[in-house]
Design a protein around this ligand. Structure first.
Ligand code: NAD
Ligand code: ZN
Length: 366
């Protein structure tokens, strides 16, 4: 393998957020050098590897081995896989286990898993001894292109998702494409909902590349992940604390997407699948309220289908449940919603003209 090929196997991108600069390493196999890499970034010895019981049996040994060889003392903490583990109680139990293992303010946390693990491990890192470094090793496509970037973490409560959390940026993110090989196809595809969202709101060139997407091209996937990290971090950098409405553009497809997740009692649809349906609704509304050309709406729907994402609601899902969930959404204010529309592919803006009736009509069409 020549130098160029080696160069291509692993690429780095620097993210500047929260007054911090950190590196995202993307490629095939960077986990193998994890220990050596961390030695450069974190002159600390003890750490917790927080993972779940699907991911830990697959990759924890590789991670622990590399860390131990490099002189670290890792402690593996594996929790039950799935959204139900993202609770305050579980975060507390992890902290207790870390205290019992003797981890202190000079330790750090590694999150090894999908978005659930990224969120709960980031939250633990933010509160443990008032904040210790967090290293993200995302193992789902969704976590690589979305949840590992931006610094938001959190847990769910009885009343809703992500109601408790913090902003705590990672010190390092390692995206190893090798880990995606064990990811079930449905989980892989849901990552494309967020990728397509990024393309629609910010990057028409990426949208066209996705229209010609060939699944087997690993280098193209590496570039695609990098491109998405850049889009998300650029948008977050403009409005880190969600104050000016710029970060809210990332919610394209999510007002109705979240409502569909809730209406499906959080098990009928994966997050990305609900977002796919939400993108269809947001595109329909964009035709009506933002002048999106109808053929561009068609291209968005076709692209979602290309990645086996749902674009029609199952007949047995009561529409009323979705409207009720939208109404309870915190963005609903005095009969109007802060709704993200796209006037043309590659751009987005917040609209205050979208009414419940517009949503009702667009959901009825789904
Ligand atoms: P997840 O973490 O539940 O992972 C999905 C499933 O895949 C799990 O069963 C997991 O055990 C399994 N898995 C993970 N990696 C695997 C691998 N390489 N091989 C085999 N199986 C694997 O879910 P997700 O879709 O990655 O993330 C969703 C979560 O992310 C939600 O909780 C959501 O709220 C959160 N999120 C956070 C942000 C943010 O900015 N913080 C953004 C988007 C989503
Ligand atoms: Zn999302």
């Amino acid at each position: 393998m020549g130098p160029a090929a080696i160069e291509e196997r692993v690429s780095k991108t620097v993210v500047s957020l929260g007054g911090q600069r950190y590196c995202v390493v993307i490629g095939r196999g960077p986990l193998r050098q994890l220990g050596a890499r961390l030695r450069k970034h974190l002159p600390r010895k003890t750490c917790a590897i927080i993972s779940d019981d699907n991911v830990a049996p697959l990759f924890a040994k590789r991670v622990q081995g590399s860390l131990t060889v490099a002189g670290f003392e890792p402690r593996l903490i594996a929790i039950a896989a799935g959204e139900k583990s993202k609770t305050l109680e579980k975060a507390g139990a992890i902290c207790d286990e870390m205290i019992a293992a003797g981890l202190d303010r000079h330790s750090f946390v590694i999150g090894l898993g999908g978005g659930v693990i990224g969120d709960i491990s980031g939250f633990v890192a933010a509160i443990y001894h008032r904040g210790i470094p967090h290293v993200q090793i995302p193992t789902t496509l969704l976590a690589m292109v979305d949840s590992s970037i931006g610094g938001k973490n959190g847990v769910n409560t009885r009343d809703g998702k992500n109601l408790i959390g913090a902003v705590h940026h990672p010190s390092l993110v390692i995206d190893d494409l090798e880990v995606l090989k064990t990811l079930p196809a449905r989980e892989f595809n849901q990552g494309f909902a967020e990728i397509i969202k990024h393309a629609v709101i910010a990057d028409v060139t990426m949208f066209r590349a996705l229209q010609a997407w060939k699944a087997s091209n690993a280098l193209a996937l590496q570039r695609l992940i990098k491109c998405n990290i850049k889009i998300k971090s650029r948008i977050v950098a403009k409005d880190e604390r969600d104050q000016t409405g710029k970060r809210a553009l990332l919610n394209f497809g999510h007002t109705v997407g979240h409502a569909i997740e809730r209406a499906g009692d959080y098990h009928k649809f994966l997050h990305g699948e609900a977002v796919s349906l939400g993108i269809v609704v947001a595109s329909t509304i964009s035709v009506k309220k933002a002048g999106l050309p109808p053929e561009q709406r068609g291209a968005i729907v076709d692209l979602l289908r290309r990645f086996d994402l749902p674009t029609r609601l199952p007949k047995n899902l009561p529409r009323k449940k979705i409207f009720d969930a939208v109404k309870f959404d915190k963005k609903f204010e005095s009969g109007k919603i802060r709704f993200v529309v796209t006037p043309r592919i590659g751009s987005a803006r917040l609209s205050r003209d979208v009414t419940m009736e517009d949503i009702r009509e667009a959901v009825d069409e789904l």
